[in-house]
Design a protein. Structure first.
Length: 334
């Protein structure tokens, strides 16, 4: 193979086949991975969740992951938010002419590894090559389906006053890691992205609390945006305790220097859950036993008053409104 992607790799001819058989099949191949026009899959029983997402992160790799791992986690986690066990993914690449093939290999390897970790099959894919400057290195779109456990129903509109609010780990890591990887601020800090597949954690949480009301991954816009979305969707208020919100010291350091609110920085491996208060400790305990949710904590509760607002109890004992989500702080983070 050539060392770089050329327009011929996207032509659908010999070069495309070479790429599929020598690179994608090696990393993404499984019993369902197809060379035909569509994958043929066993029919799952029960309700199905389906989701899709495009990934255009810059830079494409950063401490703790790359766009390949991100593209699998993003869709797998969206399915898990509906209480679905992710089954199958498709992936579509738009690659900029000139991308080193070794970069593509690194991305595909991360996708394969993450898919196997998440227990999901990548069953079909597409590759297009765009001319130089038409895209920035590589854009990936994944779509996925999962099957929802009987009796489980989660939705932002189901949050109820009295529900406990849980975050599954420390917030703001992914956004901070991307910001540092861009090297625009001259700050040196050791922050890795939280990007991770959370299907297993959701499964464990639902085992102890099948009546879970809300699960949402705090991606673009972070935990703060999720909280405001829920107040609108469910017509409730939210109260959180600043001192209970887990933020890693190194993230605190960077966000403090730049005057950023960690609650508004993206996560790619963190979820917000809302469940009846009497089940919250059991959910936290179940999450604490899973690889990527060891730092789960109760951070507040859903309230009847202050509808449409997120109220924050501060460390010094005061109350303040969390400012409404503003404009996109960092473009192209996920
Ligand atoms: Mg989501």
């Amino acid at each position: 193979m050539n060392d770089c992607i050329t327009l011929a790799h996207g032509s659908g001819g010999r070069k495309t086949n070479e790429l599929i058989s020598e690179l994608f099949k090696k990393h993404l191949g499984n019993a369902y991975f197809t060379a035909d026009d569509a994958a043929v899959l066993p029919r799952p029983e029960g309700r199905i969740a389906m989701s899709t997402d495009g990934f255009i992160v810059s830079p494409w790799k950063y401490p703790g992951g790359n766009i390949g791992r991100l593209a699998v986690c993003g869709t797998v986690n969206d399915l898990a938010c509906m209480g679905a066990k992710p089954l199958y993914l498709t992936c579509s690449y738009v690659i900029e002419e000139g991308l080193p093939i070794s970069d593509l290999e690194e991305i595909a390897a991360a996708m394969g590894e993450t898919a196997r970790e998440a227990g999901v099959y990548i069953v079909a894919g597409d590759t297009k090559v765009a001319g130089k400057g038409q895209v920035d290195k590589i854009f990936i779109t994944t779509a996925g389906i999962g099957v929802i456990e009987d009796g489980v129903e989660t939705s932002g509109k189901l949050a109820q006053p009295g529900d406990a609010i849980i975050v599954t780990g420390d917030v703001g890591r992914h956004g901070t890691a991307i910001l540092l990887a861009r090297d625009e601020y001259g700050i040196e800090a050791d922050v890795t992205s939280d990007c991770a597949p959370l299907g297993q954690a959701v499964e464990k949480a639902l085992e102890v609390c099948p009546e879970m009301h809300v699960i949402r991954d705090a991606t673009r816009g972070g935990v703060g945006t999720v909280l405001y979305e829920i107040t609108e969707q469910a017509n409730v208020g939210i109260r959180v305790n600043r001192e209970d919100i887990p933020v890693a010291e190194e993230v605190k350091g960077v966000t403090g220097l730049l005057g950023l609110e960690p609650l508004y920085l993206a996560c790619e491996g963190r979820m917000v859950m809302m469940c009846p208060k009497d089940k919250a400790d059991a959910v936290v305990e179940a999450l604490s036993g899973c690889k990527y949710t060891k730092g789960a904590k109760i951070i507040g509760e859903v309230t009847q008053d202050n509808v449409g607002k997120v109220v924050m109890a501060t460390e010094v004992g005061g109350m303040t409104y969390l400012p409404q989500p503003g404009n996109e702080l960092l473009p192209r983070i996920c």
